[in-house]
Structure formats: structure tokens, C-alpha cells
Design a protein around this ligand. Structure first.
Ligand code: NAD
Length: 483
């Protein structure tokens, strides 16, 4: 359905995120005819560019990310783009933006802050001071929101002094992924799973987000952040919430967010003993990735004493009726053996087997939700091996690969999230209290690690992380899921 007219103002319009994600996402919405004739994209950044120079840059960005461009759509797309040069540090150029926005107070005005987080506060304050907040204004901020609970609170306070909570869209792009949405469909549009979705039937849950890349060009930022802040505080905890939450009353934003918040509040706090026993931090060393030799983290960031972790594994406990006694094992890292993100729901063993030993081992059921690559859902079941050989059992997957099942283009998370934001739908965005509750759980881990003199455990690039992460799950008599 076509969107109402809007002005989308992208701060950081010449940045990497705009180049790789935002502009291609908007182009696809153009291609689908979803953008009204009176919808504009206003790119803002420091550089001094004319509209045409920026359009040329934007055209190249889209062309580098999209196969088979449509000239007509590209032409329409170019025409709706305007460029404004503005320097946040020097607080100059705001009058240019004021001019471009003047007279369009009645339509949706969406600010997208695709800039370094240090600018979130100053940009929001300036937007307020220049009187640019209208009734239908929203603001989207990228991660990271703070580097701990206190700084996140401060960022939220500043933004909250200019915008009301219903106007603030905190992006966690994992929530826009097709399979993550499907997790909600699977749980709440089928009767099959919900009765089993608890400690009586589920043995444990695994959440893996594995990358093969190293820090690449983000070394400067990454060395001050690390995997816990960069991945666990937001993406992994959000995935955990969607698996663990109670059925919300409806898909309304606050119903869903209320339930996620309850999960975050029920996480068992990480005291020192738990941090020592239940977390593993690692750092990649030289090794091999995608067939080639690669250097180690310390050399790549040029800091031989860096204690920053590029890998985290943790055993997380949720203290509520549904999940008491069901561990959630999470792991994420860079330079791991393969690029893989998945959630594994491991059901309990049968209470009793009626089969003879020759029938073979009975593997407990597993529901595997694959986020990447090859998005899909797989249910591991036991069946009888076909043929005359008597009752022999075999594990087979009931497999639904989305790419095979649906011959549609794989829509990027940003496409969905930008549209939701323009429409004002906050269901897939994080509310302030969620972000702060997630930090509250993460903060003690950061604190104990900071006091721990022992460096992160080294692991060879191209492996599954430090052996301590394998020990973390195996000492409970369980193993990480492997294909
Ligand atoms: P980037 O460094 O590539 O781009 C920054 C942009 O800010 C540029 O357009 C630059 O011109 C502009 N800018 C810098 N200083 C400015 C100033 N003084 N005044 C006005 N504009 C100025 O950053 P990015 O990678 O595009 O990231 C943008 C945001 O998105 C950050 O918050 C980042 O944490 C977040 N993010 C990025 C990615 C990614 O893949 N790139 C992923 C997740 C989140």
C-alpha cells in the first residue's frame, strides 16, 4: 500500500549505512510504487555537495547493491532526493535544513540519525531548538545507544527532552529480519508449539550469531565496544526475548514490548560468581578465513594490549514460571568457522522408549530457526527408516527453506523498518525501558570483566571460538548445535 507523503531526513546521508542499506532499501520501496509523488528524501551530511552530486553518489550506491536497475524507478527516485550540507560539530547549516522543510509541517517528518552516536544528543537538541518538531515527527536512532546503562540513560534523557517516546524509534535491525518475524508467527499463529513452549518440554535454547568477518574498517569503534556491547546487549537479548516472552495481548507495539521487558527483568542478574562460571570472552588470533590466511585482532587494531572481546558465550537463566531451569546458551563472535545465525529450541528426551535397542538412538526433537544464511525453519523429527528392515528409527528434518518455499525477493530488514517507522508503527523498535533493562543485565558483566586481569581467551580465526565456550555447554551434558 502506498505511503502518505513524507519527508525523510537522513543525517549521515553519505555514510556507510546509507550507502549499503538505507538507499537500496528506499529504492526497492520506490520500485514497488510505495512512495507517494510527494515523498522526499533529504540527505544531510557534512560534505559540501550539490543535489546533483549527491544524487550521483546515491545512484552509484544503489547500483552497487541492487541487481538489474529499473531506469524509470531510478529516475523517480533521484527526483525525490535533496541534499543539505550541515555540520553538527560546528552547529552550522541548520538554516539550510529549515528552508528545505519549511511549508511541509502537515506531513510526516521522519529524522533518521545514521551518524556516530556522539551526535544523537546534539542533533536532537538542535532539531528542537530550530523548531523542527511537528505533530507528525519521528526520530530513528541507530545502535549503539550508550556504552553502559548510565550513558544509555543520558542519551535517552536528551532525546526524550525533545521527542516523546511514541516519536522515538530505536532500531535493532534483527527485529526486522524475516525469520525473526516468523518466530512470532510460528509461536502465535499455530496451536502446535505454545503448549510445549516451557520448562516441562524444552531442555534448553541456543542462540548463535556467528560472523566470519573480522573488525574490517570498524577497528576504531570496535576496540572501544566489543562483542558484548555490539551484539549481546541488543541483538542477542532481543532474540532471547522473542523466544521467551509470554503471548502478548496483540501485535500492538506496547503489548509486545511489555512482554519483552518482563523477560529482561526476569533475567537472573550476573553476579561475580555467575560471570566467572557462565560467561566466556574470546579474542581472535591469526588463522584462516574463507580459505585465506588472516591476521589476529591485536595486530588488526594496532593495540597489543587490547582486552576487547570479539567473542562471547554465556549461559543465561530466566527466573520465571515458564523458564525456570531452562538455560539459554548464547554465543556470538567474529572470525568464526561460518557465517551462521540461528536459534535452536532443544526439546526434552522421551520419558520412555518403547523401541528395541536395534532401532537406534532416539534424538530429542529440535526446532531450528535459521536467520542466515538460507533463512528457514526446520523441525527435527524421528521417523521409521523406510524399507523392509524392521523398525529402525532415523532423524529427519521437516524443512522449510524460505528461498525454496517462496519465490520472492528476500526483503532486507531495513526496508521493513523504514516503512514501519514512516507509518509510526513501533512494534519492531525498542522502547526506552527495554534498552535500559538490557544494560542493567549487561553492566555487571562489563564491570567484572574490566576488573579481571586475565585477558580474553585467544581462539584461532576460522574456528568456533575458545574451547572454554565448548566446555561451558558440555559441562551441563549438552553440545552446541552443528549441522
Ligand atoms: P559513517 O562513519 O560511515 O558515516 C557517518 C556519516 O556522518 C557521514 O555521512 C558523515 O558525513 C556524517 N558526519 C560525520 N561528522 C559529521 C558532522 N560533524 N556533521 C554532520 N555530519 C557528519 O557511519 P555509518 O557506518 O554509516 O554508521 C552510522 C550509524 O549507524 C552509527 O550510529 C553506527 O553505529 C550505526 N550502524 C552502522 C552499521 C553499518 O553497518 N555501517 C550497522 C549498525 C549500526
Amino acid at each position: 500500500k502506498q505511503l502518505e507523503p513524507f519527508d525523510l531526513i537522513v543525517f549521515g546521508g553519505t555514510g556507510d549505512l546509507a550507502h549499503r542499506k538505507l538507499l537500496p532499501a528506499l529504492y526497492y520501496r520506490e520500485l514497488d510504487g510505495q512512495l507517494h509523488d510527494n515523498a522526499r528524501i533529504i540527505a544531510v551530511s557534512r560534505r559540501d555537495l550539490s543535489d546533483d552530486e549527491y544524487r550521483e553518489w546515491a545512484r552509484k550506491s544503489v547500483a552497487s547493491q541492487v541487481n538489474g536497475l529499473c531506469d524509470l524507478a531510478m529516475q523517480r527516485f533521484m527526483e525525490r532526493i535533496t541534499y543539505v550540507s550541515l555540520n553538527v560539530d560546528e552547529n552550522t547549516g541548520w538554516e539550510n535544513l529549515e528552508q528545505v522543510l519549511a511549508g511541509r509541517e502537515d506531513i510526516t517528518r521522519a529524522f533518521y540519525l545514521s551518524v556516530s552516536p556522539k551526535f544523537f544528543g546534539p542533533i536532537c537538541s538542535a532539531i528542537g531548538e530550530h523548531g523542527l518538531v511537528t505533530e507528525e515527527t519521528r526520530v530513528t536512532i541507530e545502535k549503539p545507544i550508550g556504552h553502559d546503562g548510565e550513558s544509555a540513560h543520558a542519551v535517552n534523557e536528551t532525546i526524550g527532552s525533545v521527542f516523546k517516546e511514541h516519536q522515538i524509534f530505536r532500531i535493532d535491525h534483527y527485529l526486522g529480519k524475516e525469520t525473526v518475524q516468523n518466530l512470532m508467527a510460528l509461536r502465535f499463529a499455530n496451536v502446535l508449539f505454545e503448549p510445549l513452549w516451557n520448562s516441562a518440554h524444552i531442555d534448553h535454547v541456543q542462540i548463535t550469531v556467528a560472523e566470519t568477518l573480522g573488525v574490517e574498517s570498524r577497528a576504531g569503534y570496535y576496540d572501544t565496544a566489543g562483542a558484548l556491547r555490539d551484539m549481546v546487549q541488543n541483538h542477542l537479548l532481543q532474540l532471547l526475548c522473542l523466544v521467551a516472552m509470554e503471548p502478548p495481548e496483540s501485535m500492538e507495539a506496547d503489548s509486545v514490548r511489555d512482554e519483552k521487558l518482563k523477560v529482561l527483568k526476569a533475567l537472573v542478574p550476573m553476579d561475580e560468581d555467575r560471570v566467572n562460571r557462565n560467561t566466556v570472552r574470546g579474542q581472535y588470533r591469526a588463522g584462516a578465513s574463507a580459505g585465506g590466511a588472516v591476521g589476529g585482532y591485536l595486530e588488526e587494531v594496532g593495540n597489543p594490549h587490547s582486552m576487547t572481546e570479539t567473542f562471547v558465550a554465556a549461559k543465561v537463566e530466566i527466573a520465571n514460571w515458564r523458564w525456570a531451569g531452562v538455560p539459554f546458551y548464547m554465543r556470538t563472535g567474529k572470525r568464526l568457522a561460518s557465517r551462521l545465525s540461528e536459534i535452536v529450541i532443544q526439546f526434552k528426551d522421551l520419558p520412555h522408549s518403547i523401541f528395541l535397542e536395534e532401532a537406534g538412538q532416539i534424538a530429542a526433537n529440535q526446532l531450528i530457526i535459521r536467520l542466515q544464511p538460507d533463512e528457514g525453519v526446520k523441525m527435527q523429527l524421528m521417523i521409521k527408516d523406510p524399507g523392509p528392515g524392521g523398525m529402525r528409527l532415523r532423524k529427519v528434518p521437516l524443512d522449510m527453506s524460505f528461498a525454496e518455499a517462496f519465490k520472492v525477493r528476500n526483503v532486507d530488514a531495513y526496508e521493513r523498518l523504514i516503512i514501519d517507522m514512516i507509518r509510526g508503527n513501533q512494534t519492531l523498535f525498542m522502547r526506552r525501558d527495554e534498552v535500559e533493562a538490557a544494560w542493567k543485565w549487561v553492566d555487571p558483566i562489563l564491570e567484572h570483566w574490566a576488573n579481571d586481569k586475565e585477558p580474553p581467551k585467544g581462539y584461532t580465526s576460522g574456528t568456533w571460538g575458545p574451547s572454554a565456550s565448548i566446555a561451558l555447554i558440555e559441562r551441563d551434558g549438552r553440545t552446541w548445535h552443528e549441522e
